[in-house]
Design a protein around this ligand. Sequence first.
Ligand code: UGA
Length: 432
Amino acid sequence: MKLCMIGAGYVGLVSGVCFSDLGNDVICVDKDVKKISKLKKGMIPIYEPGLNELVKKNYKAKRLSFTSNLSEAVTRSNIIFICVGTPTKKNSNAADLSQIYSAAKEISKNIKSPKIIINKSTVPVTTGDQIEKIISQRVKKKLFSVVSNPEFLREGEAIRDFIYPDRVVVGTSNKKSNKILKTLYSPLISKGSKYINTSRRGAELIKYASNAFLATKISFINEISNLCEKTNVSIEDVSIAMGLDKRIGGRFLRAGPAYGGSCFPKDTRAIVDTAKKFQTDLSIIKAVIKSNKNRSKLLLKRIQNILKNKFKKKIICFLGVTFKANTDDMRESSSLSMIPYLAKKGSIIKYYDPTGFKNEFKNIKNVSNSLTISEACKGADLVIIHTEWNDFKSLNFKKLTKKKSFSIYDMRNILTNKHFNNDKIKYFGIGS
Ligand code: UGA
């Protein structure tokens, strides 16, 4: 099939590359000319394990191409995916849909033969209705259909999540479009993924409800970990035992710092905002947002206790600063509030991240990037494991810090107390 992906960001690029790997002819469009020319040279704008190889392979096989010319890309394709950003609006919690609507307008100028327009971006329920309205201002309704097909990819696991999704959700009441979509996804369905056909509005809401539920699960276990800390109970035991109940399930039940990234924080805000517009109160999701905001403050309080309230001149090493492992994404990472706070208190922060230097900390006094783990740990009074990279799982901290006594705050529980038996190293985990 001839596909066009509008927006070569996370969702557009990963989905486009994976669709091309399934044998489709895919063209990725982006108005960022620099990004497109880099992609043509095989330079990938995001850090995503496995993506580089897959882009090169399919570009070479001529199943994958890149352009900044939307009109040309739309004209030559029968299926058009909208994969643009829907960030939080500057002065409210609502999703900013300007990129969606401008894509719809541009598409409408280039429809001369039948097209299926599929929205993959995360959008509030009823956005598909608006897209249809915009396009129908120029194009006859029988020439196009607007479908919702949300994405459930996780950064760092995106390729695997694309190939082996738990479910493919397609929102349309148009039988022909549904049949074509089912054929497009048939290689994944034949490997066991469930195909769900629902209404367009249903698909839009499924995406937000899923992200909000996962965010709720994380906030729930984070709060239980607070109780574990006070009662000397292992949060790991609680998570494992709870997760073994099939009604609960073990995934996304790992306690840690505040959840971050480009999705959960923004999508929980947006669904609450949408509900408000429809006179509905999503009080549980509101509480989740509040709990997550409070999370970084709580963890900072713990750091204050570990340092016995003495921040000045203390050397603090941050291992990992991104919102999770296997990504270079800093969006809404809890390190963005914790590091400036500690630096302002007079601590000296050295950070190491496997994905390198971060612009976000560039102009902050007392904060420096270390190129190696040993450089970051040297002389540290406190080592904070902020992100769960495998690189941090079997380190000899005594050797690295070159100090006899120091503390470790493991915000991801990748180590345990047992690692530091009979040592002058004080170990603190989440919920312990
Ligand atoms: C999330 C969803 O998991 C995807 O299904 C969805 O497609 C995507 O948002 C999106 O809407 O585009 P992502 O933000 O890439 O994916 O990352 P997650 O792996 O979900 O992690 C989000 C946050 O939750 C991270 O800060 C992570 O550290 C935290 N988390 C996750 C926990 O604290 N505990 C857990 O058990 C799991």
